[in-house]
Ligand binder design. Structure first.
Ligand code: PLP
Length: 439
């Protein structure tokens, strides 16, 4: 099998790669390639794996459901798995009332933005059409989600296609602008939002990731930041939309992150870990206020014009139900809190490495920022192809790592054991040390 012949890989300079390792098996926290080499999955197969690979309960749930019904549509029909999962999601998501299904995080965000804009039209407020979001946020790769979360490095080529969004600063602790303490900068960021809300009565919605910006470089929000924005949205009658695609269901040490943040969205999205990372599924939940605005006579055309072939796919929904049911049984959230301490205990050691400028961590998420000048905080340049160097070196330490430009991401499956997490942290430290010599 020639790995480079037909497949075009995401976010990859194909010319840089002679071939790709062909993964043929998963075994717990490990990925196994066609030659039998084992790699510890340090990024939970793009931040979605919860229990490790080939987990018996999830595989059995998939087999059971596949034998009954593999797919049936939600257009004019429903299915038992989509119904049960929606009920479960509404029950665990305070303030939420209805679930709209899609199959990846980007489309869940497309759904959210369309719902938010149509909501105001539905209730006869025609001027509320503007969107505000946080600088450095990331909400996916479709045109709408690129507009919401504009990462210049990723999306500048498509700028002309994107709809305008007002962006406000995120309180990043590592790079506080001159003249501010961190506390003052947080106040500045919040005041900026209040200023925009108070001077413009045409803001439809505020969008942000819940708990932390992940793809934007692992920026953990300071305490009460999300809560304050939630309160401002209520005060100025702006819809509050939270993206929990990457942070929902345990990544930051909480089950429902917006609840842990004492915030209350009108619309929230989940994805990634919803099925334990086994099948593509995402959801957009809304409160009653938003949902009911879409009700009316058919001829009013106020219903929601959106749907995908695999909306509410029963196989994915059955897997999600089994996955969510396993959290309590396995006391996963309290286990995550123990693992989080294990992460924490290594931060100063990592910080001391020559190439490391900053380590940002919460729960089962760690971002290690690599810099060429510690004092001046100058990021290692992308032309050094750091992501590839880290990947190649990490493999020698039996790790699968995928960095985000100059940020080494540690995002393991949530149920990783103590020994395996030590293996990941030890190997990452050795990898960074080795890469320092060749950069
Ligand atoms: C916060 C956030 N929102 C949305 C997405 C997009 O999800 P997907 O890759 O499933 O389209 C991601 C993906 O990383 C994400 O981190």
């Amino acid at each position: 099998m020639n790995s480079k012949k037909y497949v075009w890989h995401p976010y990859t300079q194909m010319r840089e790669w002679k071939e790709f390792d062909i993964i043929t098996k998963g075994d717990g926290m490990w990925l196994i390639d066609a030659k039998g080499n084992r790699l510890l999955d340090g990024v939970a197969s793009m931040w979605c794996n919860v229990w490790g690979h080939s987990k018996k309960e999830l595989v059995n749930a998939m087999i059971r459901q596949a034998k009954k019904l593999q797919h049936s549509s939600l257009f004019n029909l429903t299915n038992d798995q989509a119904e049960s999962l929606a009920e479960k999601l509404v029950k665990i998501s305070p303030g939420m009332n209805k679930v709209f299904y899609s199959d990846n995080g980007s489309t869940a965000m497309e759904v959210a933005v369309k719902m938010a804009l149509q909501y105001w039209q539905n209730i006869g407020v025609k001027n509320k059409t503007k969107i505000v979001s946080l600088q450095n946020g990331y909400h996916g790769d479709t045109v709408g989600s690129m507009s919401l979360g504009y990462v210049p490095l990723f999306f500048s080529r498509f700028k002309k296609l994107l709809f305008p969004v007002i962006r406000t600063p995120t309180p990043e602790k590592y790079r506080i602008p001159k003249g501010f303490t961190f506390k003052e900068y947080q106040d500045f960021c919040i005041n900026k939002i209040e200023n925009i809300f108070s001077k413009n009565n045409d803001i439809a919605a505020f969008f942000m990731e819940s708990g932390a910006q992940v793809a934007g470089g692992v920026v953990i929000y300071p305490q009460n930041f999300q809560k304050k924005i939630s309160q401002l949205c209520k005060k100025y009658n702006v819809l509050f939309v939270l993206d929990e695609v990457a942070t929902g269901f345990g990544r930051l040490g909480s089950f429902i992150e917006y609840q842990a943040q004492n915030s209350r969205p009108d619309i929230v999205t989940y994805g990634k870990m919803l099925t334990g990372g086994y099948l593509p599924l995402a959801v957009t939940l809304t409160n009653k206020r938003v949902y009911e605005s879409f009700l009316g006579n058919y001829s009013e055309m106020r219903h929601f014009f959106h749907g995908h072939t695999f909306t509410g796919n029963p196989l994915a929904c059955a897997t999600a139900l089994t996955n969510l049911g396993m959290y309590k049984k396995n006391k996963l959230i309290s286990k995550i809190q123990t693992s989080a301490k294990q992460f924490e205990s290594r931060i100063s050691e990592i910080n001391e490495l020559n190439l490391v400028g900053d380590v940002r961590h919460k729960g089962m998420l760690m971002g290690i920022e690599l810099v060429s000048d510690k004092k001046k905080k100058i990021a290692v340049k992308s032309d050094k192809s750091i992501y590839k160097k880290i990947f190649v070196e990490a493999k020698k330490h039996k790790l699968y790592l995928r960095t985000l430009d100059n940020i080494v991401m540690l995002v393991p499956p949530l149920a990783i054991s103590k020994n395996e997490l030590d293996f990941l942290l030890d190997g990452t430290i050795d990898t960074i040390k080795k890469v320092t010599k060749v950069i």
